[in-house]
Design a protein around this ligand. Structure first.
Ligand SMILES: Nc1ncnc2c1ncn2[C@@H]1O[C@H](COP(=O)(O)OP(=O)(O)OP(=O)(O)O)[C@@H](O)[C@H]1O
Length: 282
């Protein structure tokens, strides 16, 4: 599945939110969108997810213009993890994960149920499956949401020997928010495993280390426009980070893996408070 975005602009109310963004991503890639708060990352993901059909420009998924793809077809070919999922009804954890299958049928058959259990095990929330979802911690809820989108994507209860090339797209908006380091790694490994199986994965991330370790390509947005895009090494430079986030960083090289390690520059003096004194922000 190829995603082609050409000259996308989006206005919400009277505010220009996205400005003339173009890029392409392929099946098998983990494409990461980064940028400062308000840069337009969620808006761009929502355009690709079909949430904002009033965009200007061209979004093509596997060659078809997004607005012409029937809603039912969109729902069965892509799964979306949104930034803020609010769910207060006392559904059990396994009910929430099972919602991923509802795009195919409201009545889950044996295969659907196996897929849901597989998704719960993969995200290590199987033991919580009978708990009411609202009673979970923030990170646990996020893992259940990952299980839900995984259940939506999978065609078999396993991650081995998958071939989803040209069939599926996964859109993740800050998927690891609230997760501990183990489950951050697990989630991004899952995203790359799915990408290797042919799923086109687009993820919004704030964490440079996760992006550096897992992304095949990074798009860096600034004020609604594409500031730069390319490989991890091309995008995660001190100059690009300074220009898009306003923070001085030093970019080191990971001693084992060779990918960039972004650390805030010790010389920047940002956010330092005199030792022992409360930080006075006003
Ligand atoms: N429905 C809306 N109506 C008007 N403006 C909006 C709407 N949704 C988002 N915006 C504005 O669009 C801009 C981009 O928002 P968006 O949520 O895409 O940013 P983001 O890069 O995902 O930020 P964050 O890192 O904080 O999640 C922001 O200035 C936001 O206030």
């Amino acid at each position: 599945m190829m995603l082609h975005i050409k000259n996308i602009s989006l206005t919400l109310g009277k505010m220009p939110i996205l400005k003339d963004i173009s890029f392409a991503a392929s099946a098998g890639e983990l494409c990461v969108i980064m940028g400062a708060n308000g840069a337009g990352k969620s808006s761009l993901l929502n355009v690709i997810a079909g949430e904002y059909p009033a965009y200007k420009g061209d979004v093509r998924i596997a060659g078809e213009e997004l607005r012409k793809i029937p809603i039912a077809q969109q729902a069965t070919t892509r799964a979306v993890l949104s930034q803020h999922v609010v769910l207060n009804q006392p559904f059990s954890v396994q009910d929430v994960a099972a919602m991923g299958r509802f795009v195919y049928s409201r009545h889950l058959d044996a295969l659907d149920k196996e897929i849901v259990m597989c998704a719960l095990k993969t995200m290590q929330v199987y033991d919580l499956r009978n708990r009411p979802y609202p009673t979970l911690s923030g990170g646990q809820k996020q893992r259940v949401q990952m299980a839900r989108v995984l259940a939506q994507l999978l065609e078999a209860p396993g991650l081995q020997e998958l071939d989803y090339t040209g069939k599926k797209m996964l859109l993740l908006d800050e998927p690891v928010t609230g997760m501990d380091i183990l489950h951050e790694q697990l989630s991004l490994q899952l995203a790359t495993t799915l990408a290797s199986a042919g799923v086109l994965v687009v993820a919004v991330l704030h964490d440079f280390q996760l992006a550096a370790a897992f992304a095949h390509r990074i798009l860096l947005l600034k004020a609604g426009a594409l500031y730069t895009g390319g490989t991890v090494d091309e995008v995660l430079t001190a100059a690009h980070i300074k220009n898009s986030f306003g923070v001085d960083v030093t970019v080191l090289s990971h001693p084992q893996c060779n990918y960039p390690l972004v650390v805030t520059a010790a010389t920047a003096g940002l956010f330092q408070s005199p030792a022992g004194k409360a930080l006075n922000v006003f």
